[in-house]
Design a protein around this ligand. Structure first.
Ligand SMILES: Nc1nc2c(c(CN[C@H]3C=C[C@H](O)[C@@H]3O)cn2[C@@H]2O[C@H](COP(=O)(O)O)[C@@H](O)[C@H]2O)c(=O)[nH]1
Length: 366
């Protein structure tokens, strides 16, 4: 076939490939860890304490060993779905589409809470309880067709799904509806109305699935410009925890099988930074410490917030490296360390042992 018959775009790609500028076989990268290190290297309001981080690595490793913490721990949670099938994939997608911003400015007993299975659930668990309750009431809350049906799925019906047993309703209800609407539209337009088609498109790459989510759904585009840097800093927290929840729930098999799962980083939320600060691994400048300690609002995308999120990602990476250095055989990655730290923080909260508050940023990103 002569040049003038070949597709010019394909020719350009091949020319770049053979000039070594483009590796057609290269594995996807999310860029999250690279961005986190950049912010850490330039941070002035958040610092890492290497001795505390080293000590934390030893404590975390020993406790994870004692508790035999593994992907199996995910399904042991009372409210997490147990079936290893497509309905659970739909549940996890819906859950991590809405897995953000449960914190309240109200006193503990007045914050948004959900009554389900004779218990009162707050925070992340209020979300999971609401979804389980809706399914038991035959509301198809995990079905993309429902999300697009404005007759059935609207602010009123969503208010009912997330009805509270206190005076406070779930934060950002309108934003949650918008996330469902967009996801319903994108799944309809590109993925045959099923998130399993996104998993198939990622071809068992965790980074590829994270990038696909950030590319196709604005609700997952958790990235921000930072101080004149050309490329945005990517946190992609809900996209990453979605992949991690699939991997953990399915124990790395079937819908949870990813060859590059270790590329997933810690999920930059508001709980893990809190326990890292409690362990002394991360420290705040006096002005930032005052803002966090007084539970003042920190704006989404602000320098304070980005340093908090990025330094937490980097800190967990250093903890992971320290554990692997001391125990090369350890089957540990940033996901399991993160899950363990989140659960530990929630235990401290339940025991009333919070010493440093979590930071308060209201956004759909975490
Ligand atoms: N980094 C990180 N962030 C996590 C989780 C989870 C729950 N994961 C479960 C799955 C496996 C684990 O074993 C957990 O049992 C929720 N979050 C985030 O925290 C915030 C909610 O806080 P609160 O309002 O206090 O419940 C909110 O931003 C939510 O997105 C995690 O694991 N890691």
């Amino acid at each position: 076939m002569s040049d003038d018959e070949a597709d010019p775009e394909l020719l350009a790609l091949l020319r770049q490939h053979f000039q070594g500028k483009l590796n057609l076989n290269e594995e996807p990268e999310t860029g999250v860890l690279e961005g986190a290190e950049h912010v850490y290297d330039n941070a002035i309001d958040v610092a890492l304490d290497m001795r505390a981080t080293k000590n934390a690595a030893a404590i975390i490793y020993n406790q994870m060993q004692q508790k035999q913490f593994s992907t199996e721990s995910w399904s042991e949670h009372e409210l997490h779905p147990k079936a290893k099938d497509e309905s659970t994939v739909a549940f996890i997608f819906t859950m991590d589409l809405l897995n953000f911003s449960f914190w309240s400015m109200r006193p503990e007993g007045e914050r948004f809470a959900v009554s389900y299975r004779d218990k009162t659930w707050t925070g992340y668990w209020s979300l999971v309880a609401s979804l389980q309750r809706a399914l038991e009431e035959d509301i198809p809350i995990t079905d993309p067709h429902y999300w697009q049906n404005e007759e059935e799925c609207n602010l009123e019906s969503l208010r009912y799904v997330f009805r509270s047993c206190t005076e406070e309703e779930i934060p950002l209800l309108e934003s949650r509806l918008a996330c469902l609407r967009e996801a319903g539209r994108v799944l309809y337009e590109k993925y045959n109305c099923s998130f399993t088609k996104c998993i198939e498109a990622a071809d068992k790459s965790a980074a590829g699935l994270v990038n696909l989510l950030a590319r196709d759904f604005t609700a997952f585009q958790d990235e921000f410009k930072y101080e004149g840097r050309r490329k945005p800093i990517r946190f992609l927290k809900r996209a990453q925890i979605l992949v991690a929840d699939l991997w953990a729930c399915f124990n790395g098999e079937g819908y949870g099988e990813f060859r590059d799962i270790d590329k997933i980083t810690m999920f930059a939320d508001y709980r893990v930074p809190q326990i890292l600060a409690t362990l002394g691994c991360i420290g705040y400048s006096p002005p930032l410490h005052a803002v966090v300690a007084h539970k003042e609002i920190i704006d989404s995308g602000s320098k304070y917030e980005m340093q908090l999120r990025a330094c937490s990602i980097w800190c967990v990476e250093l903890i992971r490296r320290e554990i692997k250095r001391e125990h090369p055989e350890a089957e540990v990655n940033a996901i399991l360390i993160d899950f363990f730290l989140y659960d530990t923080m929630k235990q401290l909260e339940a025991q009333g042992k919070e010493t440093i508050p979590h930071h308060r940023t209201r956004s759909i990103w975490y």
